[in-house]
Design a protein around this ligand. Sequence first.
Ligand code: SF4
Length: 465
Amino acid sequence: MEIKLDFKSKENTIIEFKRILLNDINIENFSVKTLKESEEEISLEIKADELKKVFTLKNYTKNMIDQKTVMAKAGLLLLFEKKYPWGALVGVRPTKLVRRFLLMGYSFEEIDEILKKLYFVFPEKRALLLEVVKKENEYLNDKSINMYVGIPYCPTRCKYCSFASYEINSKLGGFYNQFVETLIEEIKLTGEMLKGKSYNIESLYFGGGTPSILKEKDLKNIIQALYENIDLSKLKEFTFEAGREDTLNLEKLNILKEMKVDRISLNPQTFNEKILKDLNRSFNREHFDEMFKEIKKLGFVINMDFIIGLPGEKVEDILRTLDQVKDYEIDNFTIHTLAIKKGSKLLKDNYKIGEIENEKIQCKIKEITTLKKLFPYYLYRQKNTHDWGENIGYSLLGKESIFNIEMIEENQSTIALGGGGISKKVMRIDKTRSSIERYINPKDPYMYICEMKERIKQKNKLFEF
Ligand code: SF4
């Protein structure tokens, strides 16, 4: 597509936009001419080959973001009469855009109008976005930081998995003991780096992989090392992922309680055992229910993750699983849409996402969240999913996860330890923008073991605050 614009813009973002939302249309020449630009109004003539339209809008953005580029992209949707629930929004973090408008001084009413008239977002998605951002605003706190610990092992690797995860019985699983030793060493070295510095760790998150795969004594030793070496006195939340019931037992749960973990994420993904088995993931409902009861008895906040669109699942199967969620007293409920990601077996097998009757599923989710008084509190979108679908975290009021909010909004810096942990230093550029510097620990446990001591020096440079 040849692009001609009479204003400065990143043309590659327009090409990318066309690729994502108008991939089925062939355009040879695309041009945009400014007919009028004043403090009050912007008017553009948008042309794609033989099609032409004038797109006139209030000048919303006070020149702080490039409204003309957004109009050029949205103009393509107008020209080809394309309508999508998320309109011209193609970013992974739409809530970040809303927050940016807020920081620019717009009210929620004005932002709703911008999303409608400039981005063509459907009313239900606008309402969802604004509701989530209002909730996030109750928690966001860039004066604190968070900590992540990655345990890159799982009992088996699920076919859709793209995370830092290696099968415990594989060759790399043979490095488990050394991995645990290295992680404890990394915790100690991080503690030394932080000594004398002023920092508030507000939330701590064990992810992976499946952290509950850790043996009882290792679980205890790792968390103990954190308490002994890192100042966790300001901690408001400690989450531990126990996504696979086959890694859990009562002894581990008691250790987690004793170690002051307060949230557990149990992730069945579906209650359809046959589908899980086909995805290389074992699931025993009886044991799951038993663990759920124990977790509840011990008083943890419980999250459950589900994935919509797993291979082989029909809409009736998904509705059946969702109906069964009603039987569990959960605090958080997270709905993902299947994404085919790099590194997954599904991508290697060239698996293609099929159609799903999303309307029925959305109705069921609404029914459950209403019944259980769960409200959306964070969301993000993913490429290569059904309809560019969104992942939404729902919560009982007051039980929202600070860590999830801060991670999605990229508002706090993160110190990440362990396999595949991504450390982030968030730096404010101005009132409305920030930049992020990242440092990624090796995912591969062997590399992590070999390189941790050398690499931690580089990582620690991020945190010379
Ligand atoms: S349980 Fe999660 S991290 Fe482990 S293999 Fe499955 S998707 Fe990956």
